[in-house]
Write a protein that binds this ligand. Structure first.
Ligand SMILES: Nc1ncnc2c1ncn2[C@@H]1O[C@H](COP(=O)(O)OP(=O)(O)OP(=O)(O)O)[C@@H](O)[C@H]1O
Length: 310
């Protein structure tokens, strides 16, 4: 179990995750001589930290770079520039061998559990797979660990030999959570984990994630395109626009006092309870010309509330 206490009982206040000026540019076309023709700046100078036991929400419209940030933290991508520290260690340029312990400590849950779960594996096999990779648990101990994991996420031992297609969408996402937890991680990148679920199921899965966080001391990066989804679960929220963070604040501060026009636009497009109300698409364009792009620097305008130039 993760603990924010050091062995001498002093609280460890160093952030679990620290991201410094992260950049991930994709070369989207290459000419016949192998020269770069077009570069897509999916993430372009993003900095934030996530404290131990905290949930950091990352929001923004489709294409703003949220998933790319998540994939960089998981080291599924090499970065173009910048650094990511995990528990004080710079993991940015670690070799596959050096990364191995971090691959256990940092897990992920994705939007579509059906495509991330091998349909030919039953529950025991699906949960055993990460345990095999990290050589955890054997024989009877493993079976007990799997049953206990299923109970933790709201499934039962009767499900042990079932296959993904035999579950509902919500149950499949619970299975993905059990699989992520199987190797005792400290940090989980949750990339739109409830977006594909029925609204009635979304709150239940969120509650399970929150309960597990309290029980296991987990730290989450919670990615969503919709502010209403992250509000409840997040301690702090970062708003992304065009590969950059435009505002970071505590959840309450962001909702009560949004400063960046893009955050205000996102908030005003939040679903309203009246089903007859017309929801307008977000319209926001920086009031700047091409040659004066906003600096990827966040200014602290009040304690813990950061906003970029706009
Ligand atoms: N492997 C890739 N190669 C080229 N471009 C990519 C790649 N992955 C992402 N992109 C581009 O990078 C930009 C950011 O994508 P990303 O998926 O991070 O955004 P997002 O905010 O997570 O959006 P969504 O909610 O739709 O997933 C997009 O323009 C996307 O097309």
């Amino acid at each position: 179990m993760n603990s924010i206490y050091k062995s001498d009982n002093r609280v460890d206040t160093t952030p679990l995750v620290k991201v410094d000026q992260l950049k991930k540019h994709f070369v989207t076309s290459t000419n016949i001589w192998g020269k770069k023709e077009q570069v897509l700046k999916a993430v372009d100078g993003v900095s934030f930290h996530i404290n131990r036991g905290e949930t950091f929400g990352l929001v923004g419209e489709s294409g703003s770079g949220k998933s790319t940030v998540g994939r960089c933290l998981l080291r599924l991508y090499d970065y173009t520039d910048g650094d990511v520290h995990f528990d004080g260690q710079n993991i940015s340029r670690m070799s596959a061998k050096q990364l191995k312990p971090y691959r256990r400590r940092i897990q992920s849950i994705f939007q579509d559990p059906y495509s991330s779960l091998n349909p030919g594996m039953n529950v025991v096999e699906l949960i055993s797979e990460p345990m095999n990779i990290h050589r955890m648990y054997t024989g009877k101990e493993r079976k007990e660990a799997i049953v206990s994991l299923l109970e933790k996420v709201g499934l039962q031992s009767a499900h042990l030999y079932r296959y993904p297609h035999e579950f509902s969408g919500g149950q499949r996402q619970r299975l993905s959570i059990a699989r992520a937890l199987s190797v005792n991680p400290e940090f989980i990148v949750c990339d739109e984990p409830i977006s594909a679920l029925d609204v009635s199921i979304q709150a239940q899965v969120i509650n399970t994630l929150e309960d597990l966080q309290g029980e296991l001391g987990l730290t989450y990066l919670f990615i969503a395109h919709d502010l209403s989804m992250v509000r409840h679960i997040s301690d702090r929220i970062g708003v992304m626009y065009g590969g950059r963070l435009v505002e970071v604040a505590t959840s309450d501060e962001l909702y009560n006092n949004p400063l960046h026009p893009y955050t205000q636009a996102l908030l005003s497009s939040m679903p309203v309870p009246d089903p007859r109300a017309v929801i307008e698409p977000i319209s926001y364009s920086p009031a700047l010309t091409d040659h004066a792009e906003p600096e990827p620097v966040l200014h602290e305008v009040s304690p813990g509330h950061y906003v970029s130039q706009y």
